[in-house]
Write a new protein. Structure first.
Length: 331
C-alpha cells in the first residue's frame, strides 16, 4: 500500500519530513497549481534527503494545473457575506477575475462554487463581460482558489504551457508520477502520454484524477490509459450532490477492481487533523473502508501541507491502513 503526503509550508523542514517517512510515508505529492518544479527545487531536495535518512526511496508525484479553473490573484483576502453581490470578470482589475472561456457561457441562475465549494454564489445578472452574482454561502476568499460551475462545461486544454515545461524536466527532479486533474476523456490522457514520450519519460506513471461529471461518465474508457485512477473527492463533491459522493466512490472503485487497475482515494481523509492532534472516528473508518474496497494508495493533502500536525497525520494514516490490511487478511 502506498501512503502519500503533500509537500507544503507545514512540512518544509527535513526533520519533520524524516519523521513522516519513518512513520511509513512512501511518497509525496507536489501541487504545481501554485509553483513549478524549478521553484520547488530546494523543497524537493530536502524531501529526498529526509527520505534517504529514513532509508526510503521516495516517490514524487506532481499534480499539474491541467484544465482546472481558478480565480486570479487577489491583493488580499476578501470576506464574502451571504446576500451581498460579487462581480466576476475576466479583466485583471475585476473584484474577482475568472478564466476568459467561462464568461460567455454563464447564464442567470448558474451556480458558482469557490474554494472547493466552501463558498457558493448564484449568477443573477450578466452585463457585457461582467457577471454579478449573489452570495448564498459566504466565507473568506483568497487568490488563486478553485472555481467551478456545476453542470457547465468550459472548454480548456488538457495541459497548460507550464505543465509541458514541468513534464520536460520531471525526470531531472526525480518525479515518478504525473497526476492529471479533471480528466474528461481518454484524449486528455493521450495528450499527457505524448508529452511524457517526447520528454523521454515513459517510465513516469500517469494518474488520472476523476473529479468532474465527464470523468465519472468516462471512467471505464479512461482506465486503459492510466496507470492509476484517483478518486479525488474534493471536486467530485462539487460535481454531484454531496450525499451521492459515497456511491460514486464505490462505483469507481468497483470499475477499477473489475479492470485490475490500481486506484487511489484522496481528500479530507484526516481533515480535522489540520488543527487537531487526533482524528475523528468517522475519518479513521473512512480510511479503513477505503482499504477494504481495494484501494492501492491513499493520500492526504492540506493535512500535511498546511496543517498543525503533519507527522501525526501520517502516523494515524499508516496505522489505520495497517489495521485494515490485517483485518482483510483475517476475513
Amino acid at each position: 500500500m502506498k501512503i502519500y503526503g503533500t509537500l507544503g509550508p507545514a512540512c518544509q523542514s527535513e526533520a519533520v519530513l524524516k519523521k513522516m517517512f519513518e512513520y511509513g510515508m512512501t511518497g509525496i505529492r507536489l501541487n504545481l497549481s501554485h509553483t513549478t518544479l524549478h521553484d520547488a527545487a530546494e523543497s524537493i531536495e530536502r524531501m529526498q534527503c529526509a527520505a534517504a535518512a529514513a532509508g526510503i526511496e521516495p516517490e514524487l508525484l506532481i499534480d499539474m494545473q491541467g484544465p482546472e479553473l481558478r480565480i486570479g490573484p487577489l491583493k488580499e483576502s476578501i470576506q464574502l457575506q451571504e446576500g451581498e453581490t460579487v462581480e466576476f470578470s475576466d479583466e485583471r482589475d475585476a473584484p474577482v477575475q475568472i478564466p476568459e472561456p467561462s464568461i460567455s457561457l454563464i447564464r442567470p441562475g448558474q451556480e458558482i462554487l469557490l474554494d472547493d465549494g466552501k463558498i457558493l454564489c448564484r449568477a443573477n445578472e450578466i452585463c457585457k463581460d461582467v457577471v454579478r452574482a449573489v452570495v448564498l454561502r459566504g466565507g473568506i476568499l483568497s487568490g488563486r482558489k478553485s472555481i467551478a460551475f456545476p453542470g457547465l462545461t468550459v472548454p480548456m486544454p488538457a495541459m497548460t504551457e507550464l505543465d509541458k515545461v514541468n513534464i520536460r524536466c520531471a525526470q531531472d527532479y526525480g518525479v515518478t508520477g504525473v497526476m492529471q486533474p479533471f480528466v474528461r476523456s481518454p484524449q486528455d490522457l493521450k495528450d499527457v502520454r505524448c508529452e511524457l514520450e517526447k520528454a523521454g519519460a515513459r517510465s513516469i506513471r500517469l494518474f488520472a484524477k476523476i473529479e468532474n461529471a465527464a470523468g465519472i461518465e468516462q471512467v471505464n474508457a479512461l482506465i486503459p490509459w492510466a496507470d492509476e485512477i484517483v478518486i479525488a473527492r474534493g471536486d467530485l463533491g462539487n460535481a454531484v450532490p454531496l450525499w451521492e459522493l459515497p456511491a460514486v466512490q464505490k462505483r469507481i472503485a468497483t470499475a477499477c477492481r473489475n479492470s485490475d487497475r490500481d486506484f487511489m482515494v484522496v481528500t479530507q481523509m484526516l481533515a480535522s487533523m489540520e488543527h487537531r492532534a487526533v482524528p475523528t472516528r468517522a475519518e479513521v473508518s473512512d480510511i479503513f473502508n477505503a482499504v477494504l474496497d481495494g484501494t492501492s494508495s491513499v493520500m492526504v493533502t492540506g493535512e500535511t501541507a498546511a496543517g498543525d500536525y503533519p507527522a501525526e497525520v501520517i502516523r494515524y494514516l499508516v496505522n489505520t491502513v495497517r489495521a485494515a490490511e490485517e483485518y482483510r487478511k483475517m476475513t
